[in-house]
Design a protein around this ligand. Structure first.
Ligand SMILES: [Zn+2]
Length: 760
């Protein structure tokens, strides 16, 4: 190791006469080596090993003379994380009357989320499904004493009683019962062997008790517990399932348990931040941030150290080396450059999220570049984020040196997987670098320094260093208005409800690429002068060469129920869903609705629906029309119904329908919509004020939830008027802290799911 150290030791020359110093991959390599020694214990945030990693990065920044950019003039940004940790050195043995066996962690048993610690040898009580519901006349704890013992129970509930028992069969209720009755812990298993590996069980963090252990075992351990008993689980469960009667008993078999497992809701941890303050009076208040996560997985319960050299000492080291070289070169960027080592990435992007949500500078950050796993691979360097920061990529593409551009592979990008995500969600153009090719020993012991390729670090380092220099000093305004809103518009699957004729859609948007419109409804129009069979022939004619036409439209993809819209959008394509404008084509013969559905039509917009209604109910025609449409699978979208008519449809239609409304319907109708799983499409009028519209939308959401509600725009969303109006609605949604699921439903999913329900 010593020879290697000398060979790769960076030269900290202060020689000012020297030409500009370039990124030194050998230096970066030494930081990775230092961070991935066994002594570093895998740098787990919230553990002493995490602190060691943090101290290391900060000490280097200090050594090189970088300005601290953390709290109170330090390099550290303090925050807390919800932290779970199992200390190494766990033990689990089963002691029967004849034998004692030690089981291997991970292969045979696991410690479940929110388990506490335990050091004991205690008798195992078999308690069937572990359900304690005397009020429902079922109690697996009746007649057995579990105080000071370990309860073993199966997941699930007796088939016969599943409905009656309801909540009482939830894992959290089972654990609550064992805790209340004084057990030391539980061992959960799967009742029927051959169901595969045991996965996590649902425990709430409120159930954490520092002295109560929550374990799971694989079926071969269950078999061993029963090995010398005069009964077996298959018999016991057939009795429980068959008779609905508990079969609990104290087994006489003991478990020896020794584990230290903690859950801490507020465990202190730290991001490490350094900066070079910008030299331009104005631009210094703008930021370019580069970084990567310092933390990794720590040590396994069995004592394996996860060194995480590639994941992600590598990305941290590249950011550090760029900081060192910039400082050494006496760089004077116009904007402020921040170098970040994030904590808590492996526990859920916690450090970068904290930074994005708490640093006021985020509003003035023009771009973020993330590096995560940049030490392996074949040499190409993907640079993902083009779709979310096209203006940034455009600049880089123009200005990056040719020899760098040769190996940079720009990509669409998007949130997920690493620390660029919280930046994107704040609207900051964020780019993610993970080198191309195979990454060895991902999240396994063995992700060590000897697999790191310095020449790959060099490529990444040169790229990011050059990009930082360009971004930090290019004059101009790179902070786009409403960029957080624009992120939602781009990221979430948005439906354009401007019902345009199919021919127009193909002509105007056929070549669209990466549009913010993800689902476009298109209609086949009914010719006024035609009716009956002639009209049907005209429509079918219209659909005749549809597949051909769609194939030519490279930016579009035809809607198919089994293919998600986001799959198409990730390929840069807009999904087109076809419907009818009007229902004249099958009024004389409602059975045709089904045939039209088979031809690829999914919905019909009904503006003139008076023919459906008679005195206080459906008209004679309505009485045959509605059931025929119900069984066809066609979804009807009604416009301009009176409240009484809406109620009739809510009562008479067996399948859900959509009501397009400008105003909120009355309470009774709203309740019926929710109860019957119909949908309210709240129309965003062409001239409507976005904030006023949002108020209505929010009221509707409070009444029926976002699942049965959708935003129906009148302005075309491809154009700037419609887009701006929608951005302002999104702005209100963001302010009101709408969750991702709300966007998902309101923009597209409510529509596609009601379509599925209508079609089933
Ligand atoms: Zn990582």
């Amino acid at each position: 190791m010593l020879a290697v150290f000398l060979l790769f030791s960076p030269s900290f020359t202060k020689d000012k006469k020297a030409t500009k110093i370039t990124f030194d991959e050998k230096a970066a390599w030494t930081y990775i080596r230092d961070m991935s020694t066994d002594e570093m214990r895998g740098r787990q945030s919230g553990q002493p090993s995490g602190v060691m990693g943090e101290e290391y990065v900060a000490s280097k920044f200090k050594e090189w003379g970088l300005e601290p950019a953390g709290d109170d003039g330090t390099y550290f940004q303090n925050f807390t994380i919800e932290h779970r940790h199992v200390a190494e050195g766990v033990k689990f043995e089963i002691i029967t009357a004849r034998e004692r066996r030690d089981f291997y962690y991970g292969d045979s048993w696991r410690i479940q989320r929110y388990s506490g610690s335990g050091h004991f040898s205690a008798e195992i009580v078999f308690a069937g499904y572990g359900i304690h519901a005397p009020e429902k006349k079922y109690d697996d704890y009746a007649g057995v004493d579990v105080k000071g013992k370990v309860v073993m129970f199966a997941t699930g509930s007796p088939q016969k009683l599943a409905k009656e028992l309801g909540d009482a069969a939830n894992t959290e209720k089972k654990i609550e019962a064992a805790q209340k009755l004084g057990a030391l812990g539980i061992i959960a298993f799967q009742p029927s062997p051959g169901t595969g590996r045991f996965y996590g069980i649902g425990v709430r963090k409120e159930q954490y008790d520092p002295d109560f252990v929550i374990l799971s075992i694989e079926s071969h351990v269950t078999d061993f517990i029963f090995k010398d008993l005069k009964t077996e689980t298959s018999y016991l469960f057939s009795e429980i399932d068959g008779k609905g009667e508990p079969q609990s008993f104290a087994t006489g078999v003991r478990a020896f348990v020794s584990i230290n497992s903690i859950f801490d809701e507020k465990r202190a941890t730290r991001n490490v931040l350094a900066r070079i303050t910008g030299s331009d009076k104005k631009l210094k208040d703008e930021y370019v941030v580069i970084g990567g996560h310092m933390d990794h997985l720590g040590v396994s319960p069995m004592g394996d150290v996860y060194n995480g050299a590639n994941d992600n000492a590598s990305g941290t080291a590249v950011a550090m080396e760029i900081a060192r070289v910039m400082k050494l070169n006496n760089a004077k960027p116009k904007r402020t450059v921040v170098f970040a080592g994030w904590a808590g990435e492996e526990q859920g992007l916690l450090g970068s999220r904290y930074y994005a949500e708490h640093s006021p500078s985020i509003e003035k950050t023009i771009a973020y570049i993330n590096m995560d796993m940049v030490g392996h691979g074949s040499g190409n360097v993907p640079f993902r984020g083009e779709y979310y920061g096209p203006h940034i990529w455009e600049l880089l593409e123009k200005k990056l040196p040719k020899e760098i551009m040769e190996y940079v592979k720009p990509g669409r990008g998007g949130p997920g997987g690493s620390d660029h995500s919280p930046f994107l969600q704040k609207g900051v153009p964020a780019f993610a670098i993970m080198t191309e090719g195979h990454h060895f020993k991902y999240h396994r012991p063995g992700d060590d320094i000897d697999l790191i390729k310095p020449e790959i670090l060099k490529r990444v380092g040169d790229l990011v260093y050059a990009a930082v220099q360009i971004l930090a000093s290019e004059p101009g305004d790179f902070i786009e208005p409403m960029r957080q809103e624009a992120y939602y518009l781009k990221y979430e699957d948005l439906t354009n409800f401007k019902f345009e004729p199919l021919a127009h859609v193909v002509k105007a948007h056929g070549d669209a690429k990466d549009s913010h419109v993800d689902l476009q409804v298109a209609v086949v129009e009914e010719k006024e002068e035609l009716s009956g069979a002639e009209l049907r022939a005209d429509i079918i004619n219209n659909l005749f060469d549809l597949p051909e036409r769609m194939k030519k439209a490279k930016g579009l993809s035809l809607y198919a129920p089994n293919r998600s819209i986001s799959m198409n959008s990730r390929q840069g394509k807009t999904t087109v869903m076809l419907g009818l404008k009007g229902v004249d084509s099958f009024r004389d013969n409602p059975k045709w609705a089904k045939i039209l559905v088979e031809q690829g039509l999914h919905f019909a917009v009904v503006e003139d629906s008076s023919f459906l209604f008679g005195d206080g109910g459906l008209s004679e025609e309505g009485k045959t029309f509605i059931p025929a449409v119900n069984s066809s699978g066609l979804l009807l979208l009604f416009k301009g119904l009176a409240a009484a008519q809406t109620k009739v449809l809510l009562e008479e239609s067996k399948k859900p329908m959509v009501f397009l409304e400008r105003k909120l319907p009355d309470k009774e109708i709203l309740e019926l919509i929710k109860e019957k799983e119909f949908v309210l499409g709240l129309i965003l009028g062409a001239d409507e004020d976005p904030a006023a519209y949002f108020k209505k939308l929010n009221d509707a959401k409070e009444a029926i939830g976002s699942r049965y509600l959708m935003i129906v725009n009148e302005n075309c969303l491809w154009g700037s008027t419609g887009k701006d109006q929608m951005l302002r609605v999104i702005s209100e949604m963001v302010k009101e802290k709408y969750e991702s699921m709300d966007f998902f439903y309101l923009f597209s999913s409510t529509f596609t799911s009601v379509l599925r329900r209508a079609g089933s």
